[in-house]
Design a protein around this ligand. Structure first.
Ligand code: NAP
Length: 447
């Protein structure tokens, strides 16, 4: 590793970091443009991220005035890296090429490799000339909302911006690397009680869940609300459960194994449905759904939680959307941010209009929401659902686990940090939050 990264790992002063040269190249995880058609015609499940996520040295790009170079200590696997690595629904090179048409700085991104990764925790190594609120040596986490602040449409809710992008997915130079290029308005303080690998897994999923369930832009939970959460021990779901509990709501988690049920109970989610055990068959065949199975889920929810869910936290998509619309309470909201099992969803519209339900789309979060979500972690009110850690070289293996739903919570990736356990600067707060609570998902992970 380069001298400056070694110094950042060792906690060197801003003066020392500033005096050390930036390297010319850095280690990164990337997909290659010349391989983007390789999986054509294959079924999604057979497309193997391990084949496409390469680890190697790439040149350090030039820094724009509103950006920083970040020494990335740790990052995480998000589902968008799985999508990029299997080139679904589209190869991400199209995003980079479009970006190149917008500006001189945008042109840097259209390369024959795409450095992926939409989470990071690390140390600022250099700041561009227009960066005001951050300095070299600051320990930070990164949210992935990449916004053009010269676009008028980004100045109410930046997620409504015409050219809003997700960093490390729709832009290059992402977080699965030793160095990342990050806009200053993506930076947030690192929670001092967390290790690097705990701090690096939160921003994307926590901020998304926060917008969906806490922000006025989503379906904000109030006391006593029943909230059905699909994949409640997954990346999004494990944060969703914590936000519902913090808002005084009642989460009803759906998961697919007993170890996940146990993890959720320990997190404080009393009502958990094991969908494997219940064996719901919402689809009779590829074209036909079974309303009696939706009804069976609805009865299970009522008998557990005493009422229908006023909010349904949706992301599996095609497999579950019909059921989600059906089980939501009269006047309820189905808030959705994804479609892992297929985006052409189908539901019975009669249940939507006759019972005055709403489907609300949601996507990541604006800076204010990401900052507020980060604060819940800084305050120890939300804990990172870190279940496993892989070295950067094994990112493909980690993405393979997520692709095949073999993980729980979040998988962390060690980048420049040489080992786990580094980065805690507030051990008192860590003790107050509790080692047991911080390791729930590590202890229950079946892998
Ligand atoms: P994850 O860690 O894999 O968790 C998803 C969970 O959903 C799985 O653990 C699984 O839990 C459950 N699940 C998967 N397929 C299912 C199915 N067919 N029926 C019922 N449950 C199913 O992934 P994640 O990070 O939470 O992300 C989930 C999706 O949201 C991905 O498609 C991702 O791209 C998307 N996403 C979107 C945004 C956004 O801003 N729009 C942000 C984050 C993520 P069980 O097996 O335990 O039930």
């Amino acid at each position: 590793m380069s001298e400056i990264l070694d110094a950042a790992v060792a906690g060197a002063s801003p003066e020392t970091l500033g005096s050390l040269p930036m390297p010319e190249t850095y280690r990164a995880v990337f997909v290659r443009r010349d391989e983007q058609s390789i999986f054509e015609g294959m079924a999604s499940k057979d497309k193997d991220p391990r084949r496409m996520l390469h680890v190697g040295e790439v040149p350090v790009p030039e820094l724009a005035p509103d950006e920083v170079y970040l020494g990335v200590m740790a990052s995480s696997i998000n589902f968008n890296t799985v999508w990029t690595s299997i080139f679904e629904p589209l190869p991400t090179f199209g995003f980079l090429d479009r970006m190149a048409k917008e500006s001189v700085w945008g042109q840097r991104h259209a390369l024959d490799y795409h450095v992926v990764g939409s989470d990071a925790a690390g140390v600022i190594l250099r700041t561009g000339s227009a960066v005001r609120n951050w300095k070299v040596g600051d320990a930070v986490t990164v949210h992935c909302n990449y916004v053009d602040d010269q676009d008028p449409s980004s100045h109410d809710d930046s997620m409504m911006s015409n050219n809003q992008r997700i960093w490390g997915f729709e832009t290059n130079f992402g977080g699965l690397a030793d160095i990342a290029v990050v806009k200053a308005n993506q930076l947030m303080p690192k929670p001092a009680h967390l290790t690097w690998e705990e701090a690096g897994v939160n921003a994307l999923c926590n901020s998304t869940a926060y917008r969906m369930l806490v922000s006025r832009n989503g379906a904000p939970v109030t006391q006593g609300d029943r909230v059905l959460i699909w994949g409640a021990s997954g990346g999004l779901g494990s944060f969703a459960v914590q936000h519902v509990l913090n808002s005084g709501g009642v989460p009803i988690g759906v998961v697919s194994s007993e170890s996940k049920v146990a993890a959720l109970h320990e997190l404080g989610c009393e009502y958990v449905i094991n969908r494997e055990e219940k064996n719901y068959q919402f689809w009779k065949d590829e074209h036909t759904q079974d309303e009696s199975e939706w009804r069976r889920l609805g009865k299970d929810i009522r008998s557990l939680a005493g009422d229908d869910p006023g909010i349904v936290f949706e992301h599996p998509g095609r497999s579950t959307m019909g059921a989600s619309v059906f089980v939501a309470k009269r006047g309820g909201i189905i808030v959705t941010c994804a479609a892992t099992s297929g985006y052409l969803v189908e539901y019975d519209n009669r249940h939507l209009w006759m019972k005055l339900k709403t489907i609300r789309g949601s996507h990541f979060s604006n800076y204010r929401e990401a900052w507020a979500a980060n604060q819940t972690i800084i305050d120890g009110k939300v804990v990172p659902p870190l279940s496993k850690v892989f070295p950067l070289e094994e990112t493909g293996e980690a993405a393979y686990e997520v692709h095949h739903n073999r993980h729980e919570g979040k998988i962390g990736i060690l980048c420049a940090a040489p080992r786990e356990g580094l980065g805690v600067t507030d051990p008192e707060l860590r003790a107050r939050v509790g080692e047991d609570r911080l390791t729930i998902f590590r202890r229950h992970d079946r892998g």
